[in-house]
Design a protein around this ligand. Structure first.
Ligand code: TRH
Length: 372
């Protein structure tokens, strides 16, 4: 089938990150013909480490520049990611087509229970008279699932067993430290407090910081500006290394090799779950604090099988990270629970992987539409 995936980049990397993974997986694993229509090539260039121009073919996906002139060329499936609103010209093309495509609005991920009642519902477009299906990714069998490539765990297990990080980055040496963590966060996070607490830990700690907007906080903590990527900076028991922004594939490997990953938004959050390593999720901040409901819903699922004492420490860290509470972040009790937390992370990953993945579920939905 021919798929058109539309994506607008609101801010950050998540919208493009999700759409790119989905597009690649549909093309490479499911042999679909995929066009990704996106309004900001630089974001995609950062995620792929490739240069992109209009109609670049990358990993089997045609990448096209979003414009109001994009035409409908008969795709059987149209994905409007995160309610990005299809160009009017394209909508008119659908309206006049003889065989209507399956039109899907792909929603943001949340662990909240209400999505089960809304997943796969459709509503008729008032002007076009076409059904639009609302597809919710999620954590339970009654949702659309999560993006997960079929060979992901084999790659992860191999990389974790041989330790591929120092091969990729010779100066990044987790093997020299008791503990390695990665820190990808929004600037509101209490980064300084966390690093101060780790500087006093009994263990030696390596903190990897992919280029993001928390770097200025680290520069003030260290009292130096312009931190050089890969250079090691010491702060008490802590060593800090800033990493340049990597392709998704390489960032995945960083996650696989850390003992704890701080992640954010949507896509890095999912990838950290597939890493089967402890994670702290920072939800994308929303004006009305709606993200706190999302965090609570996730925490409830993630911690359901955890030992209560271990869970109390994890929960405290998770909430204080999201609520930017430096006093609570200073409590490093969670360090003692890392081995149990690792088991929990593996069990959680195994549990989630029992669900069919998002691309497969979309494909099934499209096949159903086509045969109707
Ligand atoms: O960048 P984000 O904060 O994106 C957010 C969220 O998706 C949010 O829900 C959305 O509303 C907002 O964007 C517009 O976090 P996220 O979702 O984790 O996306 C980051 C992407 O960047 C993810 O695909 C992983 C990738 N990445 C790399 O490829 N290389 C890197 O070095 C790093 C740190 C991340």
């Amino acid at each position: 089938m021919q798929w058109d995936i539309f994506c607008t980049v609101i801010d950050n990397y998540g919208d493009a990150g999700v759409c790119w993974r989905l597009a690649r997986q549909l093309a490479s694993e499911h042999q679909q013909t995929v066009r990704l229509i996106i309004d900001h090539f630089p974001t995609l260039e950062a995620l792929t480490s490739q240069s992109i121009t209009h109609n670049t073919l990358l990993d089997g996906v045609v990448i096209a520049q979003w414009s109001e002139q994009v035409t409908y060329t008969g795709a059987q499936v149209v994905i409007e990611a995160f309610a990005c609103e299809l160009p009017l010209n394209y909508q008119a093309g659908i309206k006049h087509s003889t065989r209507k495509p399956l039109w899907i609005n792909l929603e943001y991920l949340t662990a909240e229970a209400w999505v089960e009642g809304c997943h796969n519902l459709s509503s008729r477009h008032p002007q076009l008279g076409i059904e639009k299906v609302f597809f919710f990714p999620g954590f339970t069998p009654n949702t659309g699932g999560l993006l997960r490539e079929h060979n992901l765990f084999a790659q992860r297990d191999y990389a974790q067993s041989v330790g591929t990080l120092s091969t990729l980055f010779p100066t990044v040496r987790p093997q020299d430290y008791d503990l390695t963590l990665s820190l990808f966060a929004y600037p509101a996070a209490p980064v300084t407090a966390l690093l101060k607490s780790l500087a006093q830990a009994k263990q030696s700690v390596l903190c990897l910081v992919p280029a993001c907007r928390i770097v200025p906080q680290i520069e003030s903590l260290l009292g130096q500006g312009n931190l050089v990527p890969f250079q090691r900076y010491s702060y008490g028991a802590l060593t800090i290394q800033v990493l340049p922004f990597m392709s998704q594939a390489i960032y995945d490997q960083v996650l696989w090799h850390c003992d704890l990953n701080f992640v954010r938004g949507e896509d890095s959050w999912v990838r950290a779950q597939w890493a089967a390593r402890p994670l702290i999720w920072q939800a994308y901040p929303q004006a009305d604090n709606a993200h706190e409901d999302k965090l609570a819903a996730f925490m409830q699922r993630y911690g359901a099988q955890a030992d209560p004492a271990c869970w109390e420490a994890i929960e405290r860290l998770g909430w204080s990270w999201n609520k930017a509470d430096p006093d609570q972040v200073l409590d490093t009790q969670w360090l003692t629970y890392l081995p149990q937390w690792k088991t929990l992370a593996k069990q959680w990953c195994d549990h989630l992987s029992e669900q069919p993945d998002l691309a497969t579920q979309l494909l099934r939905r499209a096949e159903q539409h086509n045969s109707a």
